[in-house]
Design a protein. Structure first.
Length: 273
């Protein structure tokens, strides 16, 4: 039975790895194929030449991917900064203060996550348009900056591990609540901030719907909408799209490999505090 259990475990792991890796392998091979070769060959057949970089050049130049990276970086900077400030302040108020309807407020945060975002898009679009943010990068920033419940709960879990005696000692020294938050709480939340930056950053980086809807101008394209330029009503340049996907994946893969320990440490530390 022990041998059977081990065999099943390893077979399951191998199948899971194949399911995960196979689509990436198909995309990599497709990115080196010509347009004719892509439609004439099967998805699992290797390209005729592994040195054909025409698709990458086309994706990077005609897809305006450099501009897309610049717009994405601009949106990421303000969105993540806003998420950290708003989320950590909200978590500080929820964890440290006692006020009426505290449990109701937390329950409303959870309730908001159960509402499908598409059902509120008409009202959201009207608000964005009335504020004059439509077709600007600030539309996406304003929508992304509204922090999510995951970020708030990550901050809350870490904040519960910070002794309240530090707050009391600072209060005796004459510090107000904002000073305590800025000089004591926020520096001690660095592991949580690193976790939120990675999670929120990947979410904003991969987001397609919000930039596509609220930033239709060509010069406002982000990295996710840049790939959409190669898809038309009559045909799609899938080999160029595949090359663009690889270009998009590389930065996130490199960042994840360098910062993966912060993700795991952030979740495990937050769960045990």
């Amino acid at each position: 039975m022990s041998y059977v259990a081990k065999s099943v475990k390893y077979v399951t792991l191998v199948l899971a790895a194949l399911v995960t890796i196979l689509p990436i392998v198909v995309i990599v091979m497709a990115s080196f194929k010509t347009h004719t070769e892509f439609y004439a060959s099967s998805p699992l057949s290797p390209p005729a030449s592994w040195f054909n970089l025409d698709n990458y050049v086309t994706a990077f130049t005609k897809g305006l991917m450099l501009q897309g990276f610049a717009n994405t970086a601009f949106i990421l900077l303000f969105s993540i900064a806003g998420t950290i400030v708003i989320g950590s302040m909200a978590a500080y108020a929820i964890d440290r203060f006692e006020f009426r309807f505290k449990k109701t407020t937390v329950a409303l945060f959870l309730l908001a996550t159960l509402v499908p975002g598409v059902t509120t898009q008409v009202a959201t679009f009207q608000v964005v348009h009335s504020l004059g943010l439509y077709n600007t990068r600030w539309a996406a920033i304003a929508l992304f900056m509204g922090t999510d419940i995951v970020s708030i709960y990550i901050f809350i879990q870490f904040m519960r591990g910070i002794p309240k005696e530090l707050d009391e000692a600072a209060t005796l020294d004459g510090a107000n609540h904002f000073t305590i938050y800025r000089r004591i709480i926020l520096p001690l939340l660095k592991p949580a901030i690193a976790t939120v930056v990675i999670i929120k950053g990947i979410g904003v980086y991969n987001e397609f719907y919000t930039p596509f809807l609220y930033m239709p101008a060509r010069n406002l394209g982000v990295i996710s909408t840049s790939l959409f330029r190669f898809r038309g009503p009559f045909s799609s340049q899938w080999e160029v799209i595949a090359a663009g996907v690889i270009i998009v994946i590389i930065p996130t893969l490199v960042i994840f490999l360098f910062l993966q320990r912060y993700i795991y440490n952030g979740f495990t530390s937050g769960a045990t505090k």
